[in-house]
Write a protein that binds this ligand. Structure first.
Ligand code: ZN
Length: 212
């Protein structure tokens, strides 16, 4: 488990990289890291490109603010993953373009919402769950995420965007990047007779790489 100073350093580096690559705009993203004393999380209305280490919200293990600015109002969503996945230490939420675009489409299977054209999403996150729309900050949204979080480290919130949990900061961020790329592929391949991975291919990947 990281200490607060190391968690702050890591959060700043990854957040800036995410901003510089255009995966988030304005103040829409939030990210938290579990530490040996609680959590570090981006403050409400903060922008990933211009974070200040001294203003990052430091929370104790009960979620009380110890130092820094007021935490993101989406901390409830992050908490849903931490409560269901005790080994996970990082949660990232973005409004990245392709995953958010996919969140606005009708979904045939809410337990497996993103098509598997390549092995990498299955290897990193497994099947992606889609939860219904609720207004940002609504407790019902956190409850919906809580319901699926034990089996799904990657979740898309309808008409809103993706949220991903990971055992490490790296696995969380790389999982989110793969989710965004997989959604991008889904749009690029729309209208083409693209081959999906077979059920046997997926079962084989799950056996070898399952991130459960
Ligand atoms: Zn959001």
């Amino acid at each position: 488990m990281l200490d607060t100073a190391s968690a702050k350093q890591k959060l700043m580096a990854f957040a800036e990289s995410i901003f510089n690559r255009g995966l988030t705009a304005g103040a829409s993203a939030n990210m938290s890291i579990k530490t040996d004393t609680g959590w570090v999380i981006t403050p409400t209305n903060s922008c990933f490109g211009f974070l200040d280490a001294d203003r990052l919200s430091v929370l104790d293990q009960q979620g009380n603010l110890i130092s820094g600015d007021k935490p993101s109002k989406e901390f409830l969503l992050h908490k849903a993953f931490y409560d269901q996945r005790p080994d996970d230490t990082c949660v990232l939420h973005l409004h990245s373009t392709y995953a958010t675009a996919l969140s606005c489409l009708p979904c045939a299977n809410t337990s497996d919402a993103v098509p598997s054209y390549t092995p990498y999403l299955t290897m990193r996150l497994g099947a992606i769950a889609l939860v219904p729309y609720f207004a940002p900050g609504d407790v019902a949204l956190a409850d919906a995420v809580y319901e699926v979080a034990a089996n799904h480290p990657g979740v898309i919130m309808a008409n809103h965007g993706p949220i991903v949990s990971g055992k490490t900061v790296e696995s969380c961020v790389f999982g989110m990047e793969e989710l965004e790329e997989s959604c991008k592929l889904a749009f690029k391949l729309k209208g083409h007779q693209a081959n999906l991975l077979s059920k046997d291919n997926i079962a084989d990947l799950k056996a070898k790489f399952a991130n459960k």
